[in-house]
Design a protein around this ligand. Structure first.
Ligand code: SF4
Length: 476
């Protein structure tokens, strides 16, 4: 599409090279077909995109203040919640500081704190000593993940040999996560690297002595079905809501990758009946890998918005032969919120919303806002790939603008052009929107869960609160 490139009132014009990253949904049909496996890795360019999708997975324009993170942070995002492993960042201490807080939660992180001396004389010895020290501090850890950042990535030492030496000395598994910041154009490459690490070294590997399928692992309970959740991050209790919905239908969650999946339990994950992919960006590659390796089927689901929740529960019920149980859950859960949802819809109907997500939630969240009667005029993502944009494309109405990796000037341009009633995004977009006089909802959310039927009530309540804040009366 050709976008109006006239400068905004702030003088922020659009760079011609950025035009391909803006795409309006028209009436044409998306080109179908699976994404080749090599195209999912950040190290390879994706095949040419359909003209109906914005250009994506390209390096950010030099000089543009992107909202993206590096592949190392993407790997941290996916692996940080594994509690029974040591997480050691091999690099300058700044990288560790950056990766300590993930989704607003702090995790214990070790660092080799590399300095000039190691850069000149080699980093291997310090890595070895740090691994021994970390295992001495946490003797109960089952193993260690060593995140390779830019500095050792450039040096090209044989860190694999150092890890094998540490394994010999400690008797514990030590795995390299090769995720230097320069190995991809955004954190999305790190998600893929993390998926490879889990698949190669932990899922079903039986690496650790004593790991056997047990009742406590949630597999094989008599009369119960078992699933893994892939790409679920448990933001503010989302996982608890999803787990409770499934439990009511007699379905146990074995592993929730990216939220609650200790290494010990991951060994039993292939025993589950089904994988449920909640976030396609972080979960689809892993689910496809598990299907290829363990012949384990997967379903793509969304637990955001009652329509999505009900449809997903029915699909899960059909896949597991639990249709009756699932219908009972839907019948028990929906009446409590319906009255409030109708009221909220009456209040929000016709409002324009501008959504910016990392990539992962674009497709799964759009439906929830539409169910509240909001018109999604812009749906943007920082690091979405073809899967993410395709899912979003399927959800949004014709005329919606899909945007990739928008910078501050472009966001300002879009706010001015669309005058949305509500903007949704991360901390990075928050203050720009608020200063532009647009009510803002932060996502990942900072209060209560948004998943499931109860979560939808929280989402509606938070939107109404954001719109009704007394401050807006002062500027209208
Ligand atoms: S870009 Fe490189 S140096 Fe910066 S945080 Fe990422 S890994 Fe560390």
């Amino acid at each position: 599409m050709v976008l109006d490139t006239r400068p905004s009132h702030a003088g922020a014009g659009m760079h011609p090279a950025r035009e391909a990253h803006f795409c309006r949904k028209g009436q044409a049909t998306l080109a179908a077909g699976p994404v080749p496996r090599e195209a999912r890795c950040g190290l390879f360019a994706e095949p040419p995109v359909s003209p109906e999708l914005p250009a994506h997975n390209r390096p950010t324009l030099p000089g543009m203040v992107s909202q993206r993170s590096c592949p190392y942070y993407g790997a941290r995002w996916a692996l940080a919640p594994i509690p029974d492993l040591i997480h050691l960042v091999h690099g300058p201490v700044g990288c560790a500081f950056y990766g300590q807080t993930v989704r607003s939660q702090e995790y214990q992180l070790f660092s080799t704190d590399l300095a000039e001396k190691e850069v000149i004389f080699g980093t291997g010895e310090k890595l070895y000593r740090c691994l021994l020290e970390a295992f001495a501090v946490r003797p109960g850890a089952r193993g260690a993940l060593v995140y390779v950042t830019c500095t050792p990535g450039f040096l090209g030492e044989d860190l694999e040999a150092t890890c094998r030496r540490a394994e010999k000395a400690t008797g514990k598994r030590v795995v390299l996560v090769e995720c230097p910041g320069f190995c991809g154009s955004s954190q999305a490459a790190g998600h893929d690297i993390a998926a490879e690490v889990l698949l190669t070294h932990f899922i079903g590997a039986g690496l650790f002595e004593g790991v056997r399928r047990t009742a406590a692992d949630g597999v094989g309970h008599s009369g119960e079905s078992a699933v893994n959740l892939v790409g679920e991050f448990n933001v503010r209790g989302d996982l608890d809501v999803i787990r409770s919905l499934l439990a009511q239908a007699g379905i146990t969650v074995v592993c929730a990758f990216n939220a609650d999946a200790p290494a010990g339990r991951m060994a039993t994950a292939p025993l589950a009946d089904l994988n449920l992919v909640h976030c396609r960006r972080t979960g689809l590659a892993l689910a496809q890998g598990m299907q290829a390796k363990f012949d384990q089927p997967y379903l793509q689901v969304s637990f955001y918005g009652p329509g999505n929740v009900t449809a997903s529960l029915r699909e899960i019920g059909a896949a597991l032969g639990r249709e009756r149980e699932v219908e009972a859950v839907i019948a028990a859960e929906t009446p409590a919120g319906e009255k409030f949802w109708r009221q909220a819809r009456r209040r929000l109907e016709g409002g324009r919303a501008l959504l910016f997500f990392g990539g992962s939630r674009l497709g799964s969240m759009v439906g929830a806002f539409q169910e509240l009667g909001l018109e999604v005029v812009v749906a943007g993502s920082q690091f979405g790939r073809r899967d993410d944009y395709t899912w979003a494309w399927e959800q949004v109405a014709p005329g919606t603008l899909l945007v990739d990796d928008a910078n501050e000037g472009e966001i300002e341009f879009l706010l001015e052009r669309y005058r949305p009633h509500l903007a949704v995004g991360g901390t990075k977009e928050r203050y720009l929107c608020l200063k532009s006089g647009v009510p803002f909802l932060v996502f990942p959310q900072e209060g209560s869960p948004y998943a499931g039927y109860r979560g939808f009530t929280n989402l509606a309540r938070d939107i109404i609160k954001a719109l009704a804040a007394p401050v807006w009366r002062l500027i209208r």
